[in-house]
Design a protein around this ligand. Structure first.
Ligand SMILES: C[S@@+](CC[C@H](N)C(=O)[O-])C[C@H]1O[C@@H](n2cnc3c(N)ncnc32)[C@H](O)[C@@H]1O
Length: 431
């Protein structure tokens, strides 16, 4: 019994162990010891733990302790790129990097709550002489410039627009699109599947509209590299343009740099065997037709045990891929095939009619295809209409718990996007 408990304790992650023990060592739970006042919380903690756990805690705590002789010297910190320094800096330094008023030249996202609880999202680049046009009226850009993100402004027609910086997933959904992008919900699963770390070198094919390249760029960070192949000239140019556009607008609104770490290569990946000779990849992502044609060329450059994620719309394509891997004896084992599904829910105050709770609005709802993503592009302004609805929220409505709620899965769920196939490289191939 005792041994199984101590085994279980040794499974506790060092971070949690440290937090838990520091909390009790600092007297938070009312325990006191004679030596409590003269020792640091870490010393007190170490005295309370068995020797091996104390050593673990000490090892874990060392790099964070400024008093530690092994803490990184100031010169080393100064040599780190800005982003890395900021990520280690005090919280207020990080805040400064992410906050600040909206500036001319950067992208702003304006959100307008509409009837049926739909949200209209508009993305535009701020220019002092321009005007934001929406179904709910106009707002001159000069009224937006200088405002803090999160500010709500009234349009010429009295509609309230919430103004803020777009997140990366909002940007990729709204940026100009050539071929279909890898959807953000799938990208997060892919990044996890690939186990990408800052500093990794990743191969991507094809670049398409550049959506996945942006997420990979952020994941590998300033010390990493993304090499993105694209066979079509127009897609190659669009991917580069979308990437550059994001970097440039990011630079205006943030003090830390977005890593400029993607090499866009205009070339058929199946003819890139020569390029591959000098490269080693931590991970590979293929979002293209006939990924098997790429696999036979790129597999020697993937590190042993590395993962190649393949993004395919149809399950028949997945079967074809696995069949080709087997017949060509490519050194990959298929670990998983997944489809990422999100279940949308509707939680809204109900409409009361004749003292009864009713769901009236869905009868009159628009076509789900239209409602899901109604995108309009007008000049340099892009509009996305998303959501579904029951009751519109009045501008200054206050909701209280006494209001009966509609709370159920939404009738309109996201459509199928693609299957993710996780292939792991093994040498020699597993049978
Ligand atoms: C669905 S798109 C990729 C979208 C991209 N992942 C994104 O998020 O924007 C597929 C791309 O693969 C490219 N492609 C197809 N075969 C290729 C090949 N042999 N080498 C390089 N690119 C290829 C296509 O031209 C197309 O742009």
């Amino acid at each position: 019994m005792a041994s199984s408990r101590s085994a279980a304790r040794s499974m506790v992650p060092p971070a949690r162990l440290l937090r838990r023990a520091l909390c009790s060592a600092s007297g938070g739970r009312g325990r006191s010891r004679a030596w409590g006042a003269s020792l640091s919380p870490l010393e007190r903690l170490k005295r309370m733990l068995p020797a091996e756990e104390a050593a673990l805690v000490e090892r874990y705590a060392e790099p964070r302790s400024s008093a530690s002789p092994r803490a990184p010297p100031e010169e080393k910190m100064a040599a780190l790129p800005t982003a890395a320094r900021l990520s280690r800096g005090p919280p207020e330094e990080k805040m400064a990097a992410r906050h600040g008023p909206l500036r001319a030249g950067e992208l702003v996202l304006a959100e307008l709550r509409r009837k049926h609880n739909a949200t209209l999202k508009m993305l535009c680049r701020l220019e002092p002489g321009a005007v934001l046009n929406s179904h709910g009226g106009q707002i001159p850009h000069r009224d937006i410039i200088g405002r803090q993100p999160g500010h709500v402004l009234r349009s010429s027609a009295g509609a309230r627009l919430l103004l803020r910086r777009p997140s990366l997933d909002e940007y990729v959904l709204l940026m100009p699109r050539g071929p279909t992008i890898a959807y953000p919900k799938d990208v997060s699963a892919m990044l996890m599947m690939l186990d990408i770390h800052p500093g990794d070198v990743v191969l991507e094919s094809g670049s398409g509209s550049g959506a996945l390249s942006l997420f990979l760029s952020r994941a590998v960070g300033p010390q990493g590299r993304v090499i993105s192949y694209e066979i079509r000239d127009d897609h190659h140019s669009l991917a580069k343009k979308n990437y550059r556009h994001w970097l440039n607008t990011w630079r205006i609104g943030h003090t830390e740099e977005w890593p400029d770490n993607v090499d866009f290569v205009l070339k058929d990946i199946s003819r890139a065997a020569e390029d591959m000779k000098s490269l080693t990849f931590d991970a590979i992502v293929l979002d293209m037709l006939n990924p098997h044609s790429a696999l036979s060329v790129v597999h020697p450059s993937l590190k042993e045990g590395g993962v190649c994620a393949v993004y395919l719309a149809n399950i028949t394509q997945v079967i074809d891929l696995l069949d080709r891997i087997q017949t060509r004896r490519l050194p990959f084992a298929c670990e998983r095939i997944v489809e990422v599904t999100h279940r949308n829910w509707l939680v809204l105050p109900a409409k009361i009619k004749n003292s009864q709770r009713v769901e009236t609005q869905e009868d009159g709802e628009e076509d789900p295809q239209q409602k899901e993503c109604d995108e309009i592009q007008t000049g340099d302004q892009i509009v996305l209409n998303e959501g579904e609805g029951n009751e519109p929220f009045p501008d200054d409505a206050e909701t209280s718990c006494s209001v009966p709620y509609i709370a159920r899965p939404s009738r309109w769920q996201d459509a199928h996007s693609a299957f993710l196939t996780k292939l792991r490289k093994f040498q020699p191939p597993l049978s």
